[in-house]
Design a protein around this ligand. Structure first.
Ligand SMILES: [Zn+2]
Ligand SMILES: [Zn+2]
Length: 115
C-alpha cells in the first residue's frame, strides 16, 4: 500500500485582501522600505511596522513576505519567510526581500522545471 505524504502546509499569517485598505497601504509601503533598506536596522524597523500594521507578531525569522507566485498574481497570502514548504521564485534579485511562493501555491503549481 502506498502512503501519500502530503506537505504539511503552514497557514499564512494573514491575507492581504482581508485587511483594511489603510493596513494594506502601510504593509505595502513597509515591504518597499524593507526591500530597499540599506542596513539591517532599517529592514527590521520596516518589518516590525509591517507586522504591526497587519496585526500579527513578527516571527522569529524577522521577515514576513507576501506570496510572489508567478502563476497567480492574485494570491494574497502573507507568511513567515522561514515557514516550511516555500519555494523561492527569484533567487538572486537586487532586493533584500526573498521572493517566495506560499506553501499552498508551491503545492498547487509546481515548478515546470528547475534550472
Ligand atoms: Zn500563494
Ligand atoms: Zn500561486
Amino acid at each position: 500500500m502506498t502512503v501519500l505524504t502530503h506537505t504539511r502546509i503552514t497557514p499564512p499569517l494573514a491575507h492581504l485582501d482581508d485587511l483594511f485598505p489603510f493596513q494594506r497601504d502601510v504593509f505595502n509601503t513597509c515591504m518597499d522600505y524593507a526591500d530597499n533598506a540599506r542596513d539591517a536596522d532599517a529592514f527590521n524597523a520596516a518589518m516590525a511596522i509591517a507586522a504591526k500594521a497587519i496585526n500579527v507578531d513578527l516571527p522569529t525569522s524577522g521577515c514576513i513576505v507576501k506570496c510572489a507566485c508567478p502563476n497567480c498574481y492574485s494570491c494574497d497570502a502573507i507568511f513567515d519567510s522561514a515557514s516550511p514548504g516555500l519555494r523561492e521564485v527569484e533567487p538572486s534579485g537586487p532586493y533584500n526581500l526573498p521572493r517566495y511562493q506560499c506553501a499552498a501555491c508551491t503545492d498547487s503549481h509546481p515548478a515546470p522545471h528547475e534550472d
